[in-house]
Design a binder for this molecule. Structure first.
Ligand code: UFG
Length: 323
């Protein structure tokens, strides 16, 4: 039995779906603050908040878990700067409770949902795993703090973990059963698709004076189903006892500017997507592109949906159906 915290959210729901497809028994733990009950699919859903340790203990007493995949967290960069205490409490207290109860029950395998935000403004791209960790926002801070916690827990108690640092997760399950549905939505592709659906009038373009070829930010968009595969590989690596405490970047390896993404959205949707120029968004680095060589070489990760048009198309199909 596997526990997936945050399994009713965007990335967690894709991972839980992939685990179910592989015939694994999955229990989802989610407070449904940002997640959606229907995204839990056929998994058992335990509604609860990781900050409530007695609720976490109750769930661990009910099932015997072989491993945990931990997604439950607040994950909006802007919000984390406006409400830092909320982020520290939610992400750090929640995770500490989870880790404490895992220890009480002798559950020693964890796949942890980390982020490119641990690197902050990179000195060189593509970014490799041992690049300096200098988060420029509270969200990234909380994820990096947890990664260092995992190193210390490995040394002290032998907890084995794999942290996966996602770049820009995008797209939706090609089968259409799960996808991205954030409230509030802040991400580029879903906002552009809302414009295509007529739910928003235009997209605000945050900065066109970056030191990039077209002046807009370059990001590494990686398909969420490919991310899900990486979690399965990480879990298997823990299950065969190969990993102690590891971290991998997960990205496409290709950068796309905001304008290039908008072109892809126009191609796929056939809609014009009006844009209004706006000031830079605080804390947005100019270029974030991953080196994912380590995940490919060590985990054996291969992307199936690396094409930006495929990424946008799967997102578009989900968005249309959800509208
Ligand atoms: N953008 C716009 N207009 C919008 C939304 C986004 O111009 O309405 C731009 C942003 O300024 C940025 C790019 O589109 O240049 C991508 O923005 P997203 O919000 O989609 O994604 P981010 O790169 O900001 O965020 C991602 C992950 C975060 C992670 C962060 C690390 O979603 O979880 O990378 O910096 F923390």
């Amino acid at each position: 039995m596997l526990l997936v915290t945050g399994g009713a959210g965007y990335i967690g729901s894709h991972v839980a779906l992939e685990l179910r497809r592989l015939g694994r028994d999955v229990v989802i733990f989610d407070d449904l603050s940002r997640g959606h009950r229907d995204l839990a699919g056929d998994s058992v859903l335990e509604v609860g908040d990781l900050k409530d340790i007695s609720r976490v203990r109750e769930v661990f007493a009910r099932y015997t878990f072989d491993g945990v995949l931990h997604f439950a967290a607040k994950s909006l960069v802007g919000e984390s700067m406006a409400e830092p205490l909320d982020y520290y409490r939610n992400n750090l207290v929640g995770t500490t409770n989870l880790l404490a109860v895992m220890k009480e029950h002798g559950v020693g395998r964890l796949v942890f949902s980390s982020t490119a935000a641990v690197y902050g403004e990179p000195e060189t791209v593509p970014i490799v795993e041992n690049a300096p960790k200098k988060p420029t926002n509270v969200y990234g801070d909380t994820k990096w703090f947890i990664e260092t916690m995992l190193q210390n827990l490995n040394r002290a108690y032998g907890l084995r973990s794999v942290s996966l640092r996602y770049f820009n997760a995008a797209g939706a399950d090609p089968g259409g059963s799960v996808g991205e549905d954030h409230t509030p939505e802040t991400h580029l592709i879903p906002i552009a698709l809302d414009v295509a659906l007529g739910k928003r009038e235009k997209l605000m373009l945050y900065g066109s004076d970056y030191p990039t070829p077209d002046g807009t930010c370059v990001r590494d968009y990686v398909h969420v189903s490919d991310l899900a595969q990486a979690h399965v590989l990480a879990l298997e690596r823990l299950e065969v006892g190969k990993a102690e405490c590891e971290a991998y970047n997960l990205g496409n390896g290709k950068g796309f500017s905001v304008l290039e993404v908008l072109e892809a959205v126009r191609r796929i949707t056939g809609c014009p997507i009006p844009v209004e120029s706006a000031a830079r968004r605080a804390g947005d680095p100019a270029v974030l592109v991953a080196s994912s060589g380590l995940a490919e070489n060590v985990l054996g990760w291969k992307q199936e949906f690396a094409d930006i048009d495929v990424i946008v198309k799967t997102a578009w199909e989900w968005h249309k159906a959800r509208a």
